[in-house]
Write a protein that binds this ligand. Structure first.
Ligand SMILES: [Mg+2]
Length: 237
């Protein structure tokens, strides 16, 4: 029986159509005088602090606490502003799945496992009225390394639930190879969704437990282990 579902944010729960990346650009331009700072930088599946560190390194800016502080003080304002002007969306199947998990498995907790900072994740998910659906989370400002973040999430969830959670109690839902690795780092199962840009085939090449085109292709019962999941692509559960 699954006890905890951990969801990635970008490309898994929502798509911001570039508002997140644009917010990075604006902060680097306005605060550090760097134009087009994130050109060629990969965002998918990474923690925000690790992206900022890479840009600092590329442009010879000291990766000091003060500079990280400058970046992350301004970033939420730009993110909020740009989100309000963008047409993003909730990924297919997300809302139904969250609603249904609450109905059929009230003991299953839903949390976030994301490279966004906590405030960044909150701004994005509040924009789509999704923030309240999640009871806990591990975020990019908890740890810069995504796999360490997974261990952090498991520990935090165990404390919060007053239980000794193990990897087998957890399913990590995400849209990139990083999410699949993350699940593996804590011996959890992974459900890869092709709603963030990676194809099913690309995701499958990283051997997730399951891979689906979108979250409409899986039921809450299957994810929570209440029904056989043999209909999943490549299911081994
Ligand atoms: Mg993602």
């Amino acid at each position: 029986m699954v006890r905890l579902l951990l969801f990635d944010v970008d490309g898994t729960l929502i798509r911001t159509h570039g508002a997140g990346v644009a917010a990075f650009q604006r902060v680097f331009a306005s605060e550090f005088g760097i134009q087009d700072a994130v050109a060629g930088v990969s965002f998918a599946g990474r923690t925000d602090p690790s992206i900022v560190r890479e840009v600092f390194a590329r442009h010879g800016i000291e990766a000091s606490e003060a500079n990280f502080g400058r970046f992350f003080t301004l970033y939420p304002h730009w993110l909020d502003h740009l989100l309000s002007r963008s047409r993003g969306e909730i990924c297919a199947g997300v809302w139904n799945l969250i609603h249904r998990v609450g109905q059929i498995a009230s003991s299953v907790r839903m949390g976030l496992l994301t490279g966004n900072t906590r405030l960044g994740a909150e701004i994005k998910l509040r924009h789509f009225q999704l923030w309240q659906a999640f009871q806990l989370g591990a975020f990019g400002d908890d740890h810069e390394d995504r796999n360490a973040l997974a261990r952090f999430a498991l520990r935090r969830a165990s404390e919060w639930m007053g239980a000794d959670l193990r990897g087998e109690d957890v399913v990590v839902v995400g849209d990139t190879a990083h999410d699949i690795e993350c699940a593996r780092a804590i011996r959890a199962r992974s459900l890869a969704v092709a709603t963030g840009g990676n194809t099913i085939e690309e995701l499958r090449s990283h051997s997730p437990t399951w891979a689906v085109p979108n979250l409409n292709c899986v039921t809450a019962e299957e994810i929570c282990g209440l029904a056989p999941a043999e209909d999943f692509f490549g299911a081994d559960a």
